[in-house]
Design a protein around this ligand. Structure first.
Ligand code: IPE
Ligand code: IPE
Ligand code: MG
Length: 241
Protein backbone atom coordinates (compact mmCIF):
# COMPACT_ATOMS: atom_id res chain seq x y z
CA UNK A 1 0.00 0.00 0.00
CA UNK A 2 1.28 3.45 -0.86
CA UNK A 3 2.15 5.49 2.20
CA UNK A 4 2.78 9.22 2.27
CA UNK A 5 6.47 8.36 2.57
CA UNK A 6 6.83 6.22 -0.51
CA UNK A 7 4.50 8.41 -2.58
CA UNK A 8 7.48 10.75 -2.84
CA UNK A 9 9.85 7.94 -3.81
CA UNK A 10 9.51 8.73 -7.45
CA UNK A 11 12.03 8.42 -10.19
CA UNK A 12 13.11 11.66 -11.78
CA UNK A 13 11.49 11.58 -15.24
CA UNK A 14 13.59 14.33 -16.77
CA UNK A 15 17.24 14.74 -15.82
CA UNK A 16 19.61 17.51 -16.87
CA UNK A 17 23.40 17.39 -16.52
CA UNK A 18 26.01 20.14 -16.62
CA UNK A 19 28.99 17.98 -17.55
CA UNK A 20 31.76 20.12 -16.11
CA UNK A 21 35.40 19.41 -15.28
CA UNK A 22 36.95 17.98 -18.47
CA UNK A 23 39.69 20.62 -18.51
CA UNK A 24 40.70 20.22 -14.88
CA UNK A 25 40.59 16.43 -15.24
CA UNK A 26 43.01 16.65 -18.19
CA UNK A 27 45.31 18.95 -16.20
CA UNK A 28 45.25 16.61 -13.22
CA UNK A 29 46.21 13.70 -15.44
CA UNK A 30 48.87 15.62 -17.42
CA UNK A 31 46.85 15.33 -20.62
CA UNK A 32 45.76 17.98 -23.10
CA UNK A 33 42.29 19.58 -23.00
CA UNK A 34 40.98 17.67 -26.02
CA UNK A 35 41.87 14.37 -24.32
CA UNK A 36 39.80 15.57 -21.37
CA UNK A 37 36.82 16.22 -23.64
CA UNK A 38 37.33 12.84 -25.32
CA UNK A 39 37.21 11.07 -21.97
CA UNK A 40 34.11 13.14 -21.17
CA UNK A 41 32.33 11.79 -24.24
CA UNK A 42 33.05 8.21 -23.16
CA UNK A 43 31.34 8.92 -19.82
CA UNK A 44 28.19 10.02 -21.66
CA UNK A 45 27.89 6.49 -23.02
CA UNK A 46 27.80 5.03 -19.48
CA UNK A 47 25.28 7.56 -18.23
CA UNK A 48 23.00 6.94 -21.20
CA UNK A 49 23.23 3.20 -20.51
CA UNK A 50 22.26 3.71 -16.87
CA UNK A 51 19.40 6.03 -17.84
CA UNK A 52 17.95 3.38 -20.14
CA UNK A 53 18.39 0.76 -17.41
CA UNK A 54 16.59 2.92 -14.87
CA UNK A 55 13.75 3.89 -17.22
CA UNK A 56 14.49 7.62 -17.24
CA UNK A 57 12.33 9.45 -19.79
CA UNK A 58 14.75 12.14 -20.86
CA UNK A 59 18.36 13.09 -20.33
CA UNK A 60 19.37 16.62 -21.30
CA UNK A 61 23.11 17.27 -21.51
CA UNK A 62 25.00 20.56 -21.64
CA UNK A 63 27.71 19.93 -24.23
CA UNK A 64 28.61 23.49 -25.31
CA UNK A 65 27.28 26.79 -24.01
CA UNK A 66 26.83 30.02 -25.93
CA UNK A 67 29.65 31.41 -23.76
CA UNK A 68 32.01 28.53 -24.66
CA UNK A 69 32.60 30.31 -27.99
CA UNK A 70 34.97 32.50 -25.95
CA UNK A 71 37.38 29.55 -25.61
CA UNK A 72 40.55 29.06 -27.71
CA UNK A 73 39.90 28.11 -31.33
CA UNK A 74 41.90 24.90 -31.04
CA UNK A 75 39.70 23.70 -28.17
CA UNK A 76 36.51 24.60 -30.05
CA UNK A 77 37.76 22.70 -33.11
CA UNK A 78 38.57 19.68 -30.95
CA UNK A 79 35.03 19.74 -29.54
CA UNK A 80 33.55 20.05 -33.06
CA UNK A 81 35.55 17.00 -34.19
CA UNK A 82 34.42 15.08 -31.12
CA UNK A 83 30.76 15.80 -31.86
CA UNK A 84 31.17 14.27 -35.33
CA UNK A 85 33.20 11.35 -33.97
CA UNK A 86 30.66 10.66 -31.23
CA UNK A 87 27.76 10.66 -33.70
CA UNK A 88 29.63 8.31 -36.07
CA UNK A 89 30.51 5.92 -33.27
CA UNK A 90 27.39 5.96 -31.13
CA UNK A 91 24.39 6.37 -33.45
CA UNK A 92 24.07 2.66 -34.40
CA UNK A 93 24.01 1.63 -30.73
CA UNK A 94 21.64 4.46 -29.75
CA UNK A 95 19.32 3.40 -32.54
CA UNK A 96 19.40 -0.20 -31.39
CA UNK A 97 18.64 0.85 -27.80
CA UNK A 98 15.81 3.14 -28.99
CA UNK A 99 17.48 6.25 -27.68
CA UNK A 100 16.12 9.26 -29.57
CA UNK A 101 18.70 11.99 -30.12
CA UNK A 102 17.83 15.66 -30.34
CA UNK A 103 20.23 18.59 -30.47
CA UNK A 104 19.17 22.11 -29.53
CA UNK A 105 20.75 25.55 -29.35
CA UNK A 106 22.25 27.76 -32.07
CA UNK A 107 23.45 24.74 -34.07
CA UNK A 108 23.90 26.71 -37.30
CA UNK A 109 26.88 28.55 -35.69
CA UNK A 110 28.77 25.22 -35.89
CA UNK A 111 28.71 25.10 -39.69
CA UNK A 112 27.12 22.90 -42.32
CA UNK A 113 29.16 19.76 -41.68
CA UNK A 114 27.97 19.46 -38.08
CA UNK A 115 24.43 20.54 -39.00
CA UNK A 116 24.23 17.75 -41.59
CA UNK A 117 25.67 15.19 -39.14
CA UNK A 118 23.14 16.22 -36.53
CA UNK A 119 20.21 15.94 -38.97
CA UNK A 120 21.47 12.48 -39.88
CA UNK A 121 21.74 11.43 -36.22
CA UNK A 122 18.27 12.77 -35.40
CA UNK A 123 16.68 11.06 -38.40
CA UNK A 124 18.47 7.78 -37.73
CA UNK A 125 17.44 7.62 -34.07
CA UNK A 126 13.92 8.98 -34.47
CA UNK A 127 11.37 6.73 -32.85
CA UNK A 128 7.77 7.23 -31.72
CA UNK A 129 8.24 4.82 -28.84
CA UNK A 130 11.75 5.75 -27.73
CA UNK A 131 13.09 4.30 -24.47
CA UNK A 132 15.07 7.45 -23.70
CA UNK A 133 15.08 10.94 -25.18
CA UNK A 134 18.67 12.16 -25.26
CA UNK A 135 18.78 15.93 -25.71
CA UNK A 136 22.09 17.65 -26.29
CA UNK A 137 22.56 21.40 -25.80
CA UNK A 138 25.01 22.74 -28.35
CA UNK A 139 25.68 26.47 -28.60
CA UNK A 140 22.88 26.90 -26.09
CA UNK A 141 22.34 29.65 -23.54
CA UNK A 142 19.26 29.90 -21.32
CA UNK A 143 19.05 33.69 -21.56
CA UNK A 144 19.43 33.66 -25.34
CA UNK A 145 16.71 31.02 -25.59
CA UNK A 146 14.31 33.18 -23.57
CA UNK A 147 15.17 36.18 -25.75
CA UNK A 148 14.59 34.10 -28.93
CA UNK A 149 11.24 33.04 -27.46
CA UNK A 150 10.21 36.64 -26.73
CA UNK A 151 11.09 37.67 -30.30
CA UNK A 152 9.17 34.74 -31.84
CA UNK A 153 6.14 35.36 -29.64
CA UNK A 154 6.19 39.11 -30.37
CA UNK A 155 6.27 38.48 -34.12
CA UNK A 156 3.38 36.02 -33.94
CA UNK A 157 1.33 38.40 -31.79
CA UNK A 158 1.97 41.33 -34.12
CA UNK A 159 1.02 39.17 -37.12
CA UNK A 160 -2.19 38.15 -35.34
CA UNK A 161 -1.18 34.46 -35.31
CA UNK A 162 -1.51 34.20 -31.53
CA UNK A 163 -3.27 36.32 -28.92
CA UNK A 164 -1.68 37.63 -25.74
CA UNK A 165 -4.39 35.77 -23.79
CA UNK A 166 -3.06 32.47 -25.18
CA UNK A 167 0.26 32.96 -23.43
CA UNK A 168 0.87 31.15 -20.16
CA UNK A 169 3.68 29.29 -18.39
CA UNK A 170 2.89 26.13 -20.35
CA UNK A 171 2.18 27.53 -23.81
CA UNK A 172 5.43 29.49 -24.14
CA UNK A 173 7.38 26.20 -24.02
CA UNK A 174 6.46 25.80 -27.67
CA UNK A 175 8.65 28.81 -28.48
CA UNK A 176 11.67 27.67 -26.46
CA UNK A 177 14.24 25.41 -28.15
CA UNK A 178 14.54 22.95 -25.24
CA UNK A 179 12.84 19.62 -26.06
CA UNK A 180 11.75 19.08 -22.45
CA UNK A 181 9.56 21.48 -20.47
CA UNK A 182 10.41 20.56 -16.93
CA UNK A 183 13.58 19.21 -15.35
CA UNK A 184 13.13 17.10 -12.20
CA UNK A 185 16.78 16.58 -11.36
CA UNK A 186 19.72 18.75 -12.38
CA UNK A 187 23.23 17.45 -11.74
CA UNK A 188 26.42 19.51 -12.08
CA UNK A 189 29.78 17.83 -11.80
CA UNK A 190 33.10 19.62 -11.36
CA UNK A 191 32.48 21.10 -7.93
CA UNK A 192 31.15 24.54 -8.87
CA UNK A 193 27.75 25.55 -7.59
CA UNK A 194 26.32 27.50 -10.47
CA UNK A 195 23.99 27.08 -13.43
CA UNK A 196 26.18 28.74 -16.11
CA UNK A 197 23.20 29.71 -18.30
CA UNK A 198 21.79 26.17 -18.65
CA UNK A 199 18.03 25.46 -18.70
CA UNK A 200 16.92 28.61 -16.87
CA UNK A 201 13.18 28.31 -17.51
CA UNK A 202 12.95 24.53 -17.17
CA UNK A 203 14.68 24.17 -13.78
CA UNK A 204 12.07 26.18 -11.86
CA UNK A 205 11.36 23.23 -9.56
CA UNK A 206 14.34 20.98 -10.24
CA UNK A 207 16.25 19.35 -7.42
CA UNK A 208 19.84 20.46 -7.92
CA UNK A 209 22.82 18.28 -7.03
CA UNK A 210 26.37 19.58 -7.19
CA UNK A 211 28.90 16.76 -7.36
CA UNK A 212 32.48 17.23 -6.30
CA UNK A 213 34.00 15.14 -9.08
CA UNK A 214 35.21 16.05 -12.55
CA UNK A 215 32.90 14.83 -15.33
CA UNK A 216 35.39 12.22 -16.67
CA UNK A 217 35.48 10.65 -13.17
CA UNK A 218 31.67 10.54 -12.83
CA UNK A 219 30.54 6.90 -12.81
CA UNK A 220 27.31 4.98 -13.40
CA UNK A 221 27.26 4.37 -9.64
CA UNK A 222 27.53 8.11 -8.91
CA UNK A 223 24.64 8.70 -11.26
CA UNK A 224 22.56 5.92 -9.70
CA UNK A 225 23.28 7.48 -6.30
CA UNK A 226 21.95 10.86 -7.47
CA UNK A 227 18.75 9.15 -8.63
CA UNK A 228 18.44 7.36 -5.29
CA UNK A 229 18.96 10.61 -3.41
CA UNK A 230 16.29 12.25 -5.53
CA UNK A 231 13.78 9.57 -4.49
CA UNK A 232 14.21 10.60 -0.85
CA UNK A 233 13.48 14.27 -1.44
CA UNK A 234 10.06 15.64 -0.59
CA UNK A 235 8.98 17.79 -3.52
CA UNK A 236 6.33 20.21 -2.29
CA UNK A 237 5.96 22.58 -5.25
CA UNK A 238 4.98 25.32 -2.83
CA UNK A 239 2.17 23.32 -1.25
CA UNK A 240 1.73 22.49 2.43
CA UNK A 241 2.06 18.70 2.52
C1 IPE B 1 33.01 21.00 -19.55
O1 IPE B 1 34.30 20.86 -19.10
C2 IPE B 1 32.90 20.82 -21.04
C3 IPE B 1 32.65 22.07 -21.80
C4 IPE B 1 32.39 23.24 -21.28
C5 IPE B 1 32.68 21.96 -23.24
P1 IPE B 1 35.30 22.11 -19.02
O2 IPE B 1 36.09 22.15 -20.26
O3 IPE B 1 34.56 23.36 -18.69
O4 IPE B 1 36.21 21.68 -17.80
P2 IPE B 1 36.81 22.64 -16.69
O5 IPE B 1 35.67 23.30 -16.01
O6 IPE B 1 37.68 23.60 -17.40
O7 IPE B 1 37.56 21.73 -15.79
C1 IPE C 1 29.21 24.90 -18.36
O1 IPE C 1 30.53 24.77 -18.03
C2 IPE C 1 29.01 24.52 -19.80
C3 IPE C 1 29.12 23.09 -20.12
C4 IPE C 1 29.32 22.14 -19.26
C5 IPE C 1 28.98 22.76 -21.50
P1 IPE C 1 31.56 25.99 -18.12
O2 IPE C 1 32.87 25.45 -17.73
O3 IPE C 1 31.45 26.65 -19.43
O4 IPE C 1 30.97 26.98 -17.02
P2 IPE C 1 31.72 28.11 -16.20
O5 IPE C 1 32.49 28.94 -17.17
O6 IPE C 1 32.61 27.44 -15.22
O7 IPE C 1 30.62 28.85 -15.51
MG1 MG D 1 34.11 24.22 -16.88
Amino acid sequence: MATSQNINKKYPKNIGIIMDGNGRWALKNALNISQGHKKGVSVVKNIVEESVKQGIQSLTLYAFSSENWKRPKAEINAIKSLVIEAINEQVPELKEKKVKLKFFGHISDFGKKIQDKISFAENETFSKDSKLDLNVALGYGGQQDILDMVIKVSKQVSQGKIKLEDLNEESINEFLSVPVNEIDLLIRTGGDKRISNFLLYQIAYAEIMFIDKFWPDFTQEDFAQCIDNFKNVSRRFGKRI
